[in-house]
Design a protein around this ligand. Structure first.
Ligand code: MOS
Length: 715
């Protein structure tokens, strides 16, 4: 690596696309200036379970500007979920309006297409549905327990002998932790413009994974994948809700075919509660056994969650308990109950975000029982072997994160006893938690185009990667600058188009490592080929301008591919972190606030400290949201969500997050991949809620096992 490159890998440069974004010139899905486009508005069911018995579309069809009203009666027949693809069906096929059955409140039962957005919205209200309502919708979590089922192979895990481990323990704790339904709510609404041309579809869609989106459209409509083009040049956040093609994309593609014009669907903020995925409610029961000296002897983690009646999604809450600590005896189970609510789906750090709340709260409870410093209890049970996979970690600096964080935070000033650190009317508390997140790495292709323009090489990188607000444009440009030996200003990055080389898309914290190594491979191949052509030794330094000149060409293009090595497969590759929090709780009102947070992360090579910092504070804010306010309530009679807008779904604001310190430990994990990168997109949210709940216990002596921690729970 040419570390002298001031705009290359590791440099804290501004976002290369930042100016386009703040001046409104970055084109998001619904902003593509497609001529002749019309608007479609989905209609949502008003029952949780039952059958549509009649539909009257007359009034809507006669309303101004209306081009079509589509319901299950006149919808195109689409490919249905396949049994043999059950677990992945939600990823690859998205049928809608295929029957008269209603599975949850808010399910799409129709769509109106009109000349303007307003006309479509108005006419959507004129379609009259009559339902035969089932008397027993499953809308109460607590009443569904008897219907819990075992969702599949990965749902039961054990090692050693749990009973033996508990028998060996001096102390045992057993507690249940609740996390409520949450919603992703990226700033940019889900949106799509779909257009048909000679049997081919183009979809401008706010999606995280381009290739998967093309597959979904091609599978659903049963057309060849090559006839589908998906474009997502800019994506205003996703948090997992845009991993899949959701039903509005299918509605737009179907409607565009029917009316013979491009159709735009912009999902409303209220529809974002019912039609674009959610994080389900989880009830997690933890049991920990430990000896007096803090040695963990047993750890179990049992989760009960819900899924929809027709599809399975299971958040792997217990995953973190399988690998984080050195317990020889462990058991993890997951059970699901069908409920008449939309199918849950991956939300930022699915598994870890919620699972670490249970695990890291339980760790704190055990440390308290042992009269041990909760920081030391965690360090005592560190392991350098992943006992779940029975293989080493590629690198694991968890203890370093905890120690360095403790130092920066001033952990030594913590008072052991609750209600002893008092500032006027405030009870002050300190909390800690450990964080870990799987850091995957997936096969990625990239193309580099070089052009000699007035003595300078201009490079363009193309890949179907997406920038979901994370900084992909910037870190890919820096990677190209690094490996081509040119300043970042001479690099242009083009993303988010299925015509470009295939990448895994953005999700699961694999984006940065995969994309950058793909871009690296293309640039390295280009330089190598240009040298080979002239028999220049590999390690001889030659400026790129000179290389093109020696080859007597002004244009050159090359592709590259990166994928996990066998060493990668033989190791457990995780990012690690530690969260420290100080909270102040008002003695009388229970109002509490975050005074400060310190986060330390060990996540491989940091490509750009500025964008990485943005990722972590975003994660911390979302983690704090879990603790402070985020919750979607189900209305108990009809099964709709009571929470239907930002007026009632509360997220933290700047004032809640005033004082945050983020530290990255220097690390380059060469087992993870050639550039030493690990993921950070999901690390930041992990275990934040536990650090806050633990701090609240330290302040007040009250254990908060049911999120969010609203003030009335503290008085
Ligand atoms: Mo993430 S929940 O894989 O976008």
């Amino acid at each position: 690596m040419n570390t002298s490159n001031k705009t290359g890998v590791g440099a804290a440069i501004d976002r290369v696309e930042g100016h386009l974004k703040v001046t409104g010139k970055a084109t998001y899905a619904s902003e593509f200036p497609i001529e002749n486009k019309v608007y479609a508005q989905g209609i949502n069911s008003t029952i949780a379970k039952g059958t549509i018995v009649s539909i009257d579309t007359t009034e809507a069809e006669n309303a101004a500007g209306v081009l079509a009203v589509i319901t299950h009666k006149n919808a195109e027949k689409l490919n249905d979920f396949k049994k043999d693809r059950y677990q992945i069906a939600t990823d690859t096929i998205a049928p809608v309006l295929q029957s008269n059955k209603v599975h949850y409140y808010g399910e799409y039962v129709g769509v109106v297409v009109a000349e303007t957005f307003e006309q479509a919205q108005y006419a959507a209200r004129l379609v009259k549905f009559e339902y035969s309502k089932a008397s027993d919708p499953a809308i109460h979590f607590d009443k569904q327990r008897d219907n819990a089922f075992f969702p599949g192979e990965d749902s039961d895990y054990s090692r050693g002998d749990m009973e033996k481990g508990l028998a060996e323990a001096d102390e045992v704790i057993e507690q249940t932790y609740i996390t409520p339904i949450e919603h992703h709510h990226p700033m940019e609404l889900h949106a799509v413009i779909a257009e048909w041309n000679n049997g081919k579809v183009t979809a401008y869609a706010s999606q995280q994974m381009i290739e998967d989106a093309t597959i979904a459209i091609s599978d659903t409509f049963q057309i060849p994948q090559k006839d589908v083009r998906v474009i997502a040049a800019y994506v205003g956040g996703g948090f997992g809700s845009k991993l899949n093609v959701e039903r509005h994309v299918t509605l737009a593609v179907m409607a565009a075919k029917m009316v013979g014009r491009p159709v735009q669907v912009t999902v409303t903020r209220t529809q974002m509660f019912t039609n674009t995925g959610l994080r389900q409610k989880n009830e997690q029961t933890m049991k920990i056994g430990a000896k007096k000296d803090g040695t963990m002897t047993a750890l179990s983690h049992d989760t009960l969650s819900h899924t929809s009646p027709n599809l399975v999604y299971q958040e792997p809450c217990g995953m973190v308990s399988k690998m984080l600590y050195n317990s020889p005896n462990a058991k993890v189970t997951e059970r699901l109950m069908p409920m008449n609510l939309q199918t849950p789906f991956a939300m930022r750090a699915p598994g870890e975000a919620t699972g670490s709340f249970a695990l890291e709260s339980a760790m704190d409870e055990m440390a308290w029982k042992l009269k041990m410093d909760p920081l030391e209890f965690r360090i005592k049970n560190d392991t350098q072997t992943d006992l779940h996979k029975n293989q080493p970690f590629s690198s694991r600096l968890l203890v370093e994160c905890l120690r360095i964080g403790a130092e920066k935070f001033g952990w030594k000033n913590r008072k052991d006893q609750p209600r002893t650190n008092v500032k006027g009317n405030w009870l002050v508390g300190y909390g800690v938690s450990a964080a870990s997140r799987n850091s995957p790495y997936r096969k990625t292709h990239a193309k580099v185009l070089l052009e000699l323009v007035e003595e300078k090489v201009e490079a363009t990188i193309q890949m179907d990667a997406t920038d979901i607000g994370t900084g992909t444009y910037t870190i890919v440009a820096q990677t190209a600058a690094e490996y081509l030996g040119i300043p970042v200003e001479q690099v242009k990055v083009e993303l988010g188009d299925s015509n470009f080389p295939v990448t895994p898309g953005s999700g699961g914290s694999w984006g940065a490592a995969s994309y950058c190594n793909g871009a690296r491979a293309a640039c390295e191949n280009a330089v190598m080929k240009l040298k080979d052509n002239r028999s220049i030794p590999k390690d001889q330094k030659v400026a790129l301008t000179e290389l093109l000149k020696q080859n007597q060409i002004t244009k050159f293009e090359m592709t590259g591919m990166a994928e996990p090595s066998t060493e990668f497969e033989k190791h457990s590759v995780f990012s690690f972190g530690a969260n420290f929090a100080e909270v102040w709780v008002d003695k009388d009102t229970g109002m509490w606030r975050i005074e400060r947070m310190v986060n330390v992360g060990a996540a491989g090579k940091i490509l750009n400290p500025k964008t990485a910092y943005g990722q972590i504070i975003g994660g911390l804010t979302m983690g704090a949201g879990m603790a402070i306010a985020e919750k979607t309530d189900v209305e108990p009679n009809f099964g709709n969500f009571i929470t239907r807008s930002f007026a009632d779904y509360h997220v933290p604001v700047n004032l809640d997050m005033a004082n945050i310190d983020v530290i990255f430990l220097p690390e380059e994990d060469k087992i993870a991949n050639k550039m030493g990168i690990k993921g950070i997109g999901e690390l930041g949210i992990t275990s934040v809620a536990a650090s806050l709940a633990n701090a609240i216990f330290n302040a007040t002596g009250k254990r908060m096992r049911d999120l969010p921690i609203t003030p009335e729970k503290l008085i």
